[in-house]
Design a protein around this ligand. Sequence first.
Ligand SMILES: Cc1cc2nc3c(=O)[nH]c(=O)nc-3n(C[C@H](O)[C@H](O)[C@H](O)COP(=O)(O)O)c2cc1C
Length: 207
Amino acid sequence: MDYGDGMTDREGIFAGDDPFVIARRWLSEAEGTEPNDPNAIALATVDANGLPNVRMVLLKEIEDDAFVFYTNYESAKGVELDAAGKAGFVMHWKSLRRQVRVRGEITREDGPQADAYYASRSLKSRLGAWASQQSRPLSSRASLVAEVAKVTARHGTNPSRPPFWGGYRLKPSHIELWADGAFRLHDRFAWTRENSGGRWSVQRLNP
Ligand SMILES: Cc1cc2nc3c(=O)[nH]c(=O)nc-3n(C[C@H](O)[C@H](O)[C@H](O)COP(=O)(O)O)c2cc1C
């Protein structure tokens, strides 16, 4: 892959040209320092009126050229992701004082990779995905528990992946890696490309 000329004064935690490799390295460091969920991201979508909507999800894969997470396709975020075809997220580690910011194009991961991830989850989580009409009104906790019992009776111990549940793949046009610096003189490096398949260029940004 071609990462352009960019600035060459990246070193230490910023060393390397490939932002996906650096992000993976930072995440594996965070796995050793965060109290829980080092892979939590704040995922931003926009609704049909352009009103932003943000919630946490778990980042499940940093691929060579994309990021993958899983959810209910009929949830508020699912509807907004499908309609806009774009999203952004930030991953922040308090323990490391670093953030990774990502923006780009969204497609569904609705095939064997999603099946494999679904199958890797605990049985209760797999059944919970069947039972929850995520983001839609729920009359009571008891009715959710009753729904779990119903889907358990229907799907047994080896449920297939629900057709309304799967992955999204974010292929970025923007990736910013940020690290806290003394007296707010933070380090920021922004990788950008015209489209999600284009040539990256990297620039240092003012804090
Ligand atoms: C740390 C954390 C991780 C979460 N991970 C996921 C996830 O991977 N997928 C998911 O659908 N919801 C996840 N949630 C729940 C979402 O934040 C949210 O409540 C839910 O997906 C409904 O969002 P929506 O109504 O905007 O679609 C997580 C919440 C937290 C706090």
